[in-house]
Design a protein around this ligand. Structure first.
Ligand code: GDP
Ligand code: MG
Length: 163
């Protein structure tokens, strides 16, 4: 079985776009409306000799906010239970939200390596957001643009020692 890397993060940060970028196919649905990805999706990635299975999740995309904290934790537990690494995606343009911080707090207690990925950072547009993402306390954020294919090499460099 290949190492398993799980993409998690709040809705609309670009998780499915990153999944598609890594897999190189349109296996995950990308949409402007949050909550489009309903199930976990799996794809195999091969790059520079490194092979792993990538998982796109939508566990944080609950329509009923009153049930969010419970579902968040439940879904995350399911997702990271068999993960070798987590890519925690945030939106470098929008900056951190309370939900990002909540997910970050939870991940700091989880027993799995986490890489913070600050997406939508094409050009220099995400510089402030990348810097802000340090405050999650989960190490050095990797600035990427899943849509434009920037930062993928840095991401693989961060994953290489882990998986
Ligand atoms: P998910 O809900 O986290 O899976 O997010 P999606 O992958 O569905 O993307 C949500 C929105 O963000 C879509 O409109 C994407 O086109 C957009 N998006 C994704 N990646 C990038 C990026 O690198 N830069 C910019 N500017 N937009 C992006
Ligand atoms: Mg999605």
């Amino acid at each position: 079985m290949l190492p398993r890397v799980i993409i998690i993060g709040r809705p609309n940060v670009g998780k499915s776009t990153l999944f598609n970028r890594l897999v190189g196919k349109k296996l995950a649905l990308v949409d402007d409306q949050p909550g489009v990805t309903r199930d976990r999706r799996f794809g195999d990635v091969t790059l520079a000799g490194m092979r792993f299975t990538i998982v796109d999740t939508a566990g944080w995309e609950d329509e009923d906010p009153s049930t969010l904290p419970g579902r968040m934790r439940m879904q995350t537990e399911v997702s990271i239970a068999d993960a070798d690494a987590v890519l925690f995606v945030v939106d470098a343009r929008a900056g951190l939200t309370p939900l990002d911080n909540e997910i970050g707090n939870w991940l700091r207690t989880a027993d799995v390596p986490v890489i913070v990925v600050a997406n939508k950072a094409e050009g220099r547009s995400g510089d402030a957001g990348i810097f802000e993402a340090y405050s999650l306390g989960l190490g050095e954020p990797i600035g990427i643009s899943a849509e434009h294919g920037e930062g993928t090499a840095d991401l693989f460099e961060a994953l290489w020692p882990i998986i």
